[in-house]
Design a protein around this ligand. Structure first.
Ligand SMILES: [Zn+2]
Length: 266
């Protein structure tokens, strides 16, 4: 089974991870801009990071047979930084990179007005330029943060089929699916958020339309093989080959294929 992992912070990962992912069927990873673990004090540090994940990282992935795409953003956790606005206004030229599909991850962390302002500025640019948008939903107060994000999407009149609302759980999936034609991502973690069994149960309950799942594989406790492991569980649970392929391959092509930069062969 060929797999797209649509949210993977490979910046924090080594070649061993690329090799293991490729061996397990992961043909493509998508890397959104994130918080590196300490706040950046300079807008320039964001820009160097954008350069890194749009130049070095796709080249590194390719050596191990993995296609790499990126999303760029000033993420919600750093929206309150003194340099956040400057970082955003200097970001646009990096979005022209060949492997870049859009803006993300944007959204809420502590669910504040300053986070909303930074998110809206980036979303507005994405809508104007027909770029895809990848939305982070908060770890704490997830339903409240998701609800407020959806209100922003509706108020701004964004094109919902170009939006992926990520990190859904049982608590948020209904409202995310009901938000126009938004795609819905799920992050499968070994301990928190979704586990593989919970993910399989969620797909059984809500179906596979507009559904995606990812490993996040960041610098914390996370598993680069979370998606292949969930695929194993879907087989055991009696999902058909077509249904599994839809979640890990076809839906990704449908969503990311809206970008002119998406060149992954079907
Ligand atoms: Zn992330």
């Amino acid at each position: 089974m060929k797999i797209v992992d649509p949210h993977a912070h490979m910046f924090s990962r080594t070649v061993d991870d690329y090799q293991r992912m490729a061996a397990a069927g992961v043909a493509c990873v998508i890397e959104p801009g994130f918080w590196l673990g300490s706040d950046r004090d300079y807008a320039e540090s964001f820009w160097d990071y954008f350069k890194h994940i749009t130049t070095f990282e796709p080249g590194r992935a390719k050596k191990y047979g993995v296609t790499h795409y990126s999303f760029l953003a000033v993420n919600p956790k750093e929206a309150r930084n003194a340099c956040a606005k400057k970082a955003v206004e200097g970001m646009w030229k990096y979005l022209d990179a060949e492997n870049c599909l859009g803006i993300g991850e944007v959204g809420f962390d502590l669910i504040t007005d300053s986070e909303e302002e930074i998110m809206k500025r980036q979303m507005e640019y994405a809508e104007q330029h027909k770029l895809l948008i990848l939305i982070h939903t908060p770890h704490v107060n997830k339903p409240k943060g998701t609800e407020r994000t959806i209100k922003v999407i509706e108020k701004m009149g964004l094109t919902t089929e170009r939006i992926l609302i990520d990190h859904n759980t049982e608590e948020t999936i209904e409202m995310s699916l009901a938000c126009g034609k938004c795609f819905c991502g799920h992050t499968i973690y070994p301990v928190t958020k979704m586990s593989p069994p919970r993910m399989v149960a969620l797909l059984k309950k809500h179906g596979t339309d507009r559904m995606l799942m990812n490993s996040a594989c960041d610098w914390g406790v996370s598993d680069p093989l979370a998606v292949p492991k969930t695929v194993d569980l879907m087989w055991q649970d009696g999902f058909s080959e077509a249904e599994i392929k839809k979640v890990v391959w076809d839906n990704a092509h449908k969503f990311f294929g809206q970008s002119k930069n998406w060149k992954l062969e079907k």
